[in-house]
Design a protein around this ligand. Structure first.
Ligand code: FES
Length: 205
């Protein structure tokens, strides 16, 4: 009995177990600031865009180059190239009777051969200076501007042209070729003395 009392007195009073409540988790407050950067991977540029950009840059460079050259040229002396007024058109025997138009584009002339002479008509209408057309089927020249007509020797017969077409100076060189000089023209004004029979206005055959 006594030992039981000792045991009871020596026993440590143990408080009843209480439930331990874990501390509530602290709320995490994120600092206010910029949102995280979003990395967006861009797609590679299509080749057509690169080509187009190169073309644009090339065009810009060409334009600037043109402007620069024009600017430089402005300060350079200018020379005007005019076609020669004297030239050869071959031998009289190269031509058949009638009108030959092969030098019209190059020299603005027609070589005209008749039974007794070769002469050269300067292809300029005496009205306002247009270049008439040779109408072989009608055997005449016709001016497209206002309708003047000339016969196969360049003599006006219709329309507003005031006189025949002029003739260029011709002579034979040492080789026998016809040399034409369109800076020396022979005229036949209406009502005045004509010069179509002057020396140099034709080559006799
Ligand atoms: S320019 Fe030839 S008819 Fe007027």
């Amino acid at each position: 009995m006594e030992s039981n009392l000792k045991d009871e007195s020596s026993a440590v009073a143990v408080p009843p177990a209480t439930a331990v409540t874990p501390p509530a988790p602290k709320a995490v407050v994120k600092p206010a600031g910029r949102p995280p950067a979003v990395v967006v991977e861009s797609a590679p540029e299509p080749k057509v865009f690169k080509t187009r950009r190169m073309i644009i840059w090339a065009s810009v460079a060409a334009f600037l180059g043109y402007c620069f050259l024009s600017f430089i040229r402005f300060f350079l002396p200018r020379s005007i190239t005019e076609p020669a007024s004297t030239f050869k058109v071959g031998f009289p025997s190269d031509y058949a009777l009638g009108v030959d138009t092969k030098y019209q584009q190059q020299y603005r002339i027609w070589v005209d051969k008749t039974s007794d002479r070769v002469f050269v008509i300067y292809a300029r209408c005496t009205h306002l200076g247009c270049t008439p057309d040779w109408k072989a089927s009608e055997n005449k020249f016709k001016c497209p501007c206002h309708g003047s007509g000339y016969d196969s020797e360049g003599i006006n017969f219709e329309g507003p042209a005031p006189r025949p077409m002029d003739r260029a100076h011709v002579e034979l060189n040492a080789e026998g070729q016809i040399v034409v000089d369109v800076s020396r023209l022979f005229q036949k004004p209406k009502g005045e003395v004509g010069h179509f029979d002057d020396p140099g206005a034709y080559i006799p055959l």
